[in-house]
Design a protein. Structure first.
Length: 92
């Protein structure tokens, strides 16, 4: 899944996501403009989790966030993904 975000001003941004976790979900990785951010997120439990992807330098304008299903926990019964929301916070 590819989302396009428009960044209003160049700078460093903290990126986090609130993700749904369940027994039928797969492992998902996040790329910003083609660059991998951290390890894939695993969904082994039934809950909601905040995933902190760290700081990302971004120029003003459009950027592509790509969520890719890259596998699943052996106990998972499917490859679903649930993104509740993304949070982009300018830090400088």
């Amino acid at each position: 899944m590819v989302l396009t975000i428009n960044v209003p001003a160049a700078g460093t941004y903290d990126l986090s996501a609130v993700m749904t976790k369940a027994l039928d979900y797969g492992d998902v990785s996040l790329m910003v403009d083609g660059s991998q951010l951290g390890p894939p997120f695993n969904y082994p439990n039934v809950t909601v989790a905040t995933v902190d992807y760290g700081s990302v330098p971004l120029s003003a304008g459009a950027h592509k966030l790509t969520f890719a299903l890259v596998g699943k926990n052996p106990n998972s019964i499917n490859y679903l993904v649930g993104i509740d929301y993304l949070l982009l916070t300018k830090t400088n």
